[in-house]
Write a protein that binds this ligand. Structure first.
Ligand SMILES: *Cc1c(COP(=O)(O)O)cnc(C)c1O
Length: 426
């Protein structure tokens, strides 16, 4: 064996997995079981007291899920990870460790529509207050910081317009404010951007999208960068104070640079309950093995489609950071040199009606509310994912009435372009 560190594609296939020690099975088995037998009473007690690591009950952990966790932690360059049932579950579990009722977190306004809803309505009912900032105006994050701010939340490549966020600039604001930077890396995947390399303290994903990649399984994951000191100023009592549920241990003191991942598991997942099914973990692991190949094809196809649209007479504008003329092209070159992702928007000269009509005429593109599938997808955000926003908020979040969002798949790009051509022309 050489002592070179494995590359990204090697990690995507192998990280976290070994042949099954009892059967020799080479693919990771689906450990479809709710619970695990203890060796003896002492073993059981030490597992429950967090003195030993091991399997207890699938709501808290499962060996198939553990391979997925190790693999994504390796791909993102984190110390540990926790898989959960969905991307939204990951966001709840992360913020539950950081916020007490009455606390605030700052979020970029350009976000997945579901996250805007979750932050505005569901989190408000927990007493967690979102304060919006504009990722094109770094000073707006600084202005939003108050003594109650506990975290900053951004997307690396942002929904729906595929804009690129200046992670390093916002991480500087977070450092100064003494709060962790959480990056939703769903649209980039670690193949395109590794937010931890740019100052993120926590990375979250909807595994439902590019990591699983085949539009067949929901999942979410939280990656701990191991970079944040949770003990300063008593701001994060879940991590720094004695936990009554675990005989008074302090998680930061006991678990050091993976304390946050442990907190998410033993205080978040255990008590809130959004466990990932081992079957879904298996499907997502299988998807991740081809992530580098798929992601490159997604990006290459997206660039070709964006170039075609930019030259079409019915199209008013294309918002794709991979185009040299795009506002975010400089940031794309810095953060995502292999490609600017595969989700982007364009606007039609014919406005809202033209958007609705295009969506109904496309044949190869599926009209649905998802991204990051092998198949190409289309949606008209103003009438669907972003319909709950008022007109001004729609425009601010990049989902104005004339905007259509595409998620480009891995088909032949000539076929995708031909489908768009017939739907735009007819
Ligand atoms: C889909 C998505 C989510 C939510 O994930 P689910 O798995 O659907 O719960 C969060 N963030 C982004 C960027 C997404 O695309």
């Amino acid at each position: 064996m050489s002592d070179r560190l494995p590359g990204f594609s090697t990690l995507a296939v192998h990280a976290g997995a070994q042949p099954d020690p009892t059967t020799g099975a080479r693919a990771t088995p689906i450990y479809q079981t709710t619970s695990f037998v203890f060796n003896d009473a002492d073993h059981a007690a030490s597992l429950f007291g967090l003195q030993a690591f091991g399997n207890i009950y699938t709501r808290i952990g499962n060996p198939t899920n553990a391979v997925l966790e190790e693999r994504v932690a390796a791909l993102e360059g984190g110390t540990a990870a926790l898989a959960v049932a969905s991307g939204h579950a990951a966001q709840v579990v992360v913020l539950q460790q950081l916020l007490q009722p009455g606390d605030e977190f700052i979020a970029a306004r350009k976000l997945y529509g579901g996250s805007i809803n979750q932050f505005t309505h569901a989190f408000k009912s927990f007493g967690w207050n979102v304060v919006w900032a504009d990722s094109d105006d770094i000073a707006s994050f600084e202005r939003a910081v108050t003594p109650r701010t506990k975290a900053i939340f951004i997307e690396s490549i942002a929904n729906p317009g595929g804009s690129i966020t200046d992670i390093e600039a916002i991480s500087t604001v977070a450092r100064k404010a003494g709060v962790p930077l959480i990056v939703d890396n769903t649209l980039a995947s670690p193949y395109l951007i590794r937010p931890i390399d740019h100052g993120a303290d926590i990375v979250v994903h909807s595994l439902t999208k590019f990591l699983g990649g085949h539009g067949n399984s929901l999942g979410g994951i939280i990656v701990d960068a191991g970079t944040f000191d949770w003990s300063t100023g008593g701001k994060y009592p879940m991590l720094s104070e004695p936990r009554p549920e675990y005989h008074g241990i302090r998680l930061q003191e006991t678990f050091g640079n993976f304390a946050f991942a442990i907190a998410c598991r033993v205080l978040g997942l255990r008590d809130l309950g959004p466990a990932l099914s081992p079957f879904n973990a298996f499907m997502i692991l299988t998807g991740i093995e081809t992530l580098p190949l798929r992601m490159q094809r997604h990006c290459d196809n997206a660039k070709a489609v964006a170039e075609f649209l930019a030259g079409h007479p019915a199209v008013a504008s294309v918002s794709y950071a991979g185009l040299a003329s795009d506002k975010y092209n400089q940031l794309a070159r810095k953060y995502a040199p292999k490609g600017a992702g595969a989700v982007f928007t364009f606007s039609l000269k014919g406005g809202y009606d033209a958007g609705v009509s295009l969506v109904s005429k496309l044949q190869l593109f599926s009209h649905l509310a998802n991204v990051g599938d092998t198949r190409s997808l289309v949606i008209h955000p103003a009438s669907t994912t972003h319909s709950q926003l008022d007109d001004a908020a729609k425009v601010k979040s990049g989902a104005g009435p004339d905007v259509v969002r595409l998620s480009i798949g891995i088909e032949d790009k000539e076929d995708l372009i031909a489908d768009l051509e017939q739907a735009l022309g007819a």
